[in-house]
Design a protein around this ligand. Structure first.
Ligand SMILES: Cc1cc2nc3c(=O)[nH]c(=O)nc-3n(C[C@H](O)[C@H](O)[C@H](O)COP(=O)(O)OP(=O)(O)OC[C@H]3O[C@@H](n4cnc5c(N)ncnc54)[C@H](O)[C@@H]3O)c2cc1C
Length: 411
């Protein structure tokens, strides 16, 4: 079906599947660019689009549940279909079918379906105490369990990625005993250079968490109102609550069944257009090809990417000028009492330069290879962060002299 550009710019019927972060930002952007056609938002959650980062942070630690960080100030002009799942796309007819049997016609379809958290196939019957943390309702359930346990409860985290480590920090803050179980030899190994992973592991231990590294979970069994975990290394752990933080997989089943091009996510161009020009994909589920990532594309799971991909897609849908290309990928996390920021991506055989021995406010680390910056990590260090952003905006090149002048030393 060919698109009528005049109809698309301004009045098209736009259907969005998934009512998470990128969907919210897309709709806000469509409205601010003057879209006046129908917008239908289909979301399996009951809530309007909200930001997720607080779910593993203040949502768990604040004495009173914080207000929902909603992305849209209101839903005016949006036909919101909450608590409903989209189950099929009929590309020929330009329609989306919902699980309740209804369907929606689209001129433009946007897939903003995010990730499905990985679960353990060992949890049958333990769903009330073995939790994932991706949605508000799951965070509420975890909050309620941690709240009951203040000052004496126990939590086991399966997976030492960002979410697992944030929950560990939050639970320690609440006085819970914390066990962190990770199959890899160190936490965060996919995201950071090894020296930093080692340091973060040591800091979590210093904060009072017990780390079980290089081992997986082989069995979960009920034990009173908690769980007994058996590990590959022969150890057993008892915990009131288990949180699974094992990453997620892109929710691309609808796109697969509709015959779109996929490669660990839905393949799109820089504006989010999939192999069908009437269908866009944004946020965690999309693998964007742009600039330097032309062939393989890049799939990112971050707040920044949810924003950037949604803004680029809104411009393309309405035929508005494209936003400037996104800078190097960036991410932040809050744990160990610090806000830690990252720009760029890790590389093998890099040299690590750091500004300080202690991981405290002002700390910065640069991962370099062949005089080129690949990743920078900061703890509340705006000056160093500006230097890194500048370098990434150019070609990433930084001479060793410049690093020394910034107070960095190679480790
Ligand atoms: C606990 C947590 C903490 C995080 N902390 C940080 C952080 O500190 N820093 C950072 O940069 N990023 C963080 N992130 C990542 C960031 O929140 C995500 O990258 C972002 O939410 C991705 O947005 P999205 O729109 O792609 O997906 P999501 O926001 O996950 O939304 C996807 C939505 O689609 C719905 N959906 C899926 N399939 C269907 C269907 N068939 N029909 C209807 N609805 C469907 C889902 O239920 C969900 O509501 C965190 C994420 C989590 C979960």
């Amino acid at each position: 079906m060919s698109m009528d550009a005049g109809r698309i710019a301004g009045t098209a019927r736009i259907v969005v599947i998934g009512s998470g972060h990128s969907a919210g930002r897309l709709i806000a952007q469509l409205k601010s660019l003057g879209h006046s056609g129908r917008i239908v938002l289909i979301g399996e959650e009951a809530h309007p689009p909200y930001e997720r980062p607080w779910l593993s942070k203040s949502m768990l630690t604040e004495p009173v549940e914080p207000a929902l960080p909603a992305i849209l100030p209101d839903l005016e002009g949006v036909e919101f279909r909450p608590s409903r799942q989209a189950v099929a796309i009929d590309r020929k007819a330009g329609r989306v079918r919902l699980e309740d049997g209804s369907d929606e016609a689209y001129d433009i379809l946007v897939l903003a379906t995010g990730l499905a958290p990985r679960r353990l196939a060992l949890c049958d019957g333990l769903e009330d105490r073995v939790l994932c943390l991706h949605k508000l309702d799951e965070a509420r359930a975890l909050r309620a369990r941690l709240g009951q346990e203040t000052g004496g409860g126990s939590v086991a985290l399966v997976g030492a990625g960002f979410i697992g480590l944030e929950v560990a920090s939050s639970a320690r803050q609440l006085g819970c005993a914390v066990d962190i179980i990770e199959k890899a030899p160190l936490p965060l190994m996919r995201a950071l250079p090894e020296a930093l992973c080692r340091r973060i592991a040591a800091l979590h231990e210093a904060e009072g968490s017990r780390l079980h590294l290089g081992t997986g979970v082989t069995a979960l069994a009920p034990e009173g109102d908690g769980v007994r975990l058996s590990l590959e290394n022969g150890c057993h752990i008892s915990a009131k609550t288990v949180v699974l933080g094992m990453g997620g997989t892109p929710r691309d089943a609808l796109a697969r069944e509709a015959g779109l091009d996929l490669a660990d996510g839905i393949l799109t161009d820089a504006a989010g257009r999939s192999s069908d020009p009437q269908i866009f994909a944004i946020g965690d589920v999309a693998r964007r090809r742009s600039g330097t990532t032309e062939a393989a594309g890049l799939r990112l799971e971050s707040w920044r990417n949810a924003e950037d991909s949604a803004i680029a897609a809104a411009a393309a849908i309405l035929d508005a000028p494209p936003p400037p290309p996104p800078g190097a990928p960036s991410f932040w996390t809050e744990q160990l009492g610090q806000r830690i920021q990252f720009i760029g991506q890790p590389v093998a055989d890099g040299e690590l330069w750091q500004s300080d021995e202690a991981f405290r406010p002002g700390y910065g680390a640069f991962l370099m290879r062949d005089d080129c910056l690949h990743q920078a990590v900061f703890v509340n260090a705006p000056k160093v962060m500006r230097a890194a952003r500048e370098a990434f905006r150019r070609d990433g090149r930084i001479a060793a002299d410049t690093l020394s002048a910034l107070g960095f030393r190679r480790i």
